[in-house]
Design a protein around this ligand. Sequence first.
Ligand code: ADP
Length: 491
Amino acid sequence: MYIVQIASECAPVVKAGGLGDVVYGLSRELENRGHCVEIILPMYDCMRYDQIWGIHEAYRDLWVPWYGGAIHCSVFCGWVHGRLCFFIQPHSGDNFFNRGCYYGALDDYMRFAFFSKAALEFLLVANKRPDIIHCHDWQTGLVPVMLYEMYKWHGMWNQRVCYTIHNFKHQGIAGSDALWGTGLNNEGYYYNYDRLLDNFNPFALNFMKGGIVYSNYVNTVSPHHAWEARYSDVSYGLGHTLEIHNHKFGGILNGIDYDVWNPEIDKFIPFKYSKDNLANKEKNKKALRDRLLLRDEKKPIVAFIGRLDPQKGVELVHHAIYYSLNRNAQFVLLGTATEPGINNWFWHEKHHLNNNPDCHLELSFNEELAHLIYAGADIIVVPSNYEPCGLTQMIGLQYGTVPVVRGVGGLINTVFDKDNDQYHTKDKRNGFVFFQTDHHALESALERAIALWHDYPEDFKQLQKQGMEYDYSWNLPGEQYVSVYEYIRHK
Ligand code: ADP
């Protein structure tokens, strides 16, 4: 099959979170299975150009219709660790992708409406006719809308769309300018509950809703989150839309790329190891301590890696720091916050704990340090409020770092409590799970993890090994996506 991914991120060249990992990892898996995959991305000024090989101009004069006129674009092409990527660069005073950041501008919805339009226009004029167009998150929600309402009539009638929702929180709320810009125009038609009208704001359009309504298949990134999205409040108002389109909605667990996340070959860690050689994990722990100036004592290292966002349960992350320190453990945090309040809060904590030899808070985005933390820590906490899939617990498992997670979304599909899991026998359990959002709930699980490390080191080691035996690679999800593609292709 010929598959084109249209997305706003692809690791490692553009990565703000898990979306980037998924676009890269899935594309790689699909290619390994013999399919042809191309990825279309915006050409951001701030992306990692050092991660692109052989970048060159592939298409010079792409004129993308926009409002009454057209915007001149160039399309660059290059390889990101073996994946063929096309980067769209508009030459316009709007400076769509020269903002020094990927997201966070007030006109984000227009930036990505333009990107969606430009991606389709590129496929059209470059005569690319993929079997499947795979779109991701709100940024590309308009792709299936425009494909069905406009591009179908220009010859793209045979393309099918799979739409993956990585996070329901950001839905792309827009005004009618998005319609006029893209040429969809007909306000009366799109401001309709059955099409793009936001379920709550009668004056707004919702790109993600458009993606759901117009795609041939919609999925979120874990089976449990798919259930939650329909039956609880985590779909931020889209539950009813999902209910209506239930026949084409499902959950496919993300995978992790075992060529990138593999302690046996990881180039960022000083000592490679496997489940049969956990002694080397100890050496990485020492390296992590040296790097972060933590003292060398007989204590477990508890870690958190992720965005410092309300979604990630920042309040519980904060509590986990002090609880761990009080329970004879060390704590390492690697994260960035976009909300100023949370940012200030953690910078304050960082200064407060600056001289503590058992704690280090690193408030930046640092891929290389992330690898060392996964390898050197003993326990990783993921106390999310909601978690569509979550990669950090799966990476932790792969690195023998025991996850302590809240039982939501993809976390519950991947982590099975050591002491209490009705579906898994003791030899198949791999971490600790708690359910409520209060401090006691977190403590109930973290306490058990830390105590196991101190009091029953052999049992702790056994749990680490059991976690490392799990296969959360792209193998199974790759197979599931291919079945979805095959299914919609022949519909
Ligand atoms: P989300 O997509 O919601 O941000 P995921 O758990 O799905 O969360 O994916 C997070 C990914 O981003 C993981 O690969 C994690 O290692 C990485 N990551 C998050 N924050 C940082 C950071 N500050 N530095 C390096 N890597 C990070």
